[in-house]
Design a protein around this ligand. Structure first.
Ligand code: NAP
Length: 293
């Protein structure tokens, strides 16, 4: 069994981006600039945004954090999106999800200009991804493809099961893995909460992407020997082993499943750090106007 070290690959990608930024600065080009909009002060969202801002500093990007209280109106938030869309110094921005219930998330996502949508959530970016056109690919699926590529994990002809069909992880993952290219060419089965006999599907899979958000859901009896497992799940569970009082649990019962795998990602240290690297990568593409010239 080989552990897929997402932390290390993420650092490698960020070092490559830092070199590219250095070259851009030497040529007198504009410094890439990412903005993040944070609504309220949810602990998880604060942590995610802080790590995105820190990554910007590491690679030499400029970053801006725009904060709103959780009582912000949809209209005010739309105005912030409008301002960022038209701020020429900002190359790309994210609105950290989830948003409070009184705000229509989809309306906010659709208000972003696709050429600044570095999260790749806008319908235009998702549509272009399906059609194989240049686009921003959402960070978590893009990060997973990077992991598979950098570990030289063969996907062509493999049976792949994706568990979970969310718009930000499972669904785009299933599309990327079924594409006619070297990081795709899988035969993909997309499973969800209404799937009958999930174990039948998982036990025939060469590659399993687990993205449902139920800690330790995938157990050893559900997988075959030699399977590749990518565990996307990150659920905060209470713990008295850590100073924060909680720890992150993946969707895979790691201790019993790992010995059956050819490759597996740990939680934490697997997919999570790759999501940051992918977002930084998308910001660089936005700054260089490579997707939407
Ligand atoms: P989500 O929107 O809640 O979607 C969960 C999916 O799992 C749904 O499609 C649901 O099916 C399916 N599901 C639920 N119970 C199931 C069951 N018993 N059997 C089969 N499928 C089941 O979740 P998400 O946003 O995709 O996130 C999934 C997990 O990944 C979460 O733990 C999240 O924190 C984590 N995550 C991690 C990263 C990272 O960077 N590491 C990024 C994003 C998300 P239905 O469609 O039928 O309801």
């Amino acid at each position: 069994m080989q552990l897929i070290n997402g932390k290390q690959i993420s650092q490698e990608i960020q070092q490559e981006i830092a070199l590219e930024v250095k070259r851009m600065m030497e040529l007198g080009l504009k410094q890439p600039h990412l903005a993040a909009v944070l609504v309220g002060n949810d602990g998880g969202s604060e942590t995610y945004v802080a790590s995105k801002i820190k990554a910007c500093e590491r690679v030499g990007f400029k970053s801006s954090l725009i904060r709103h209280p959780k009582t912000v109106s949809e209209k005010e938030l739309l105005q912030t999106v409008y301002d960022l869309n038209h701020n020429n110094d900002i190359d790309g921005f994210i609105v950290q999800l989830p948003l409070p219930d009184h705000i229509n998330e989809q309306k906010i996502i659709e208000a972003l200009l696709p050429n600044k949508d570095i999260d790749g959530f806008h319908p235009i970016n998702i549509g272009r991804m399906i059609l194989n056109l240049p686009c921003f690919i959402s960070a978590t699926p893009f990060g997973i493809i990077q992991l598979l590529e950098r570990y030289n994990i063969e996907t062509t002809g493999k049976n792949c099961v994706v568990i979970g069909r969310s718009h930000i992880v499972g669904l785009p993952m299933s599309i990327l893995l079924s594409k006619n290219n070297s990081s795709g060419n899988c035969t993909v089965t997309l499973c969800h909460s209404k799937t009958k006999n999930l174990k039948f599907h998982t036990s025939h899979a060469d590659i399993i992407i687990c993205a449902l958000g139920i800690p330790e859901f995938l157990t050893a009896d559900m997988v075959k020997e030699g399977v590749v497992i990518i565990d996307v799940g990150t659920t905060r569970v209470k713990s008295n082993e850590t100073t924060s009082g909680y720890k992150l649990k993946g969707d895979v019962k790691f201790d019993e499943v790992a010995s059956k795998c050819s490759y597996i990602t740990p939680v934490p240290g697997g997919v999570g750090p790759m999501t940051i690297a992918a977002l930084i990568h998308n910001t660089l593409l936005a700054a260089k106007k490579e997707i939407y010239p």
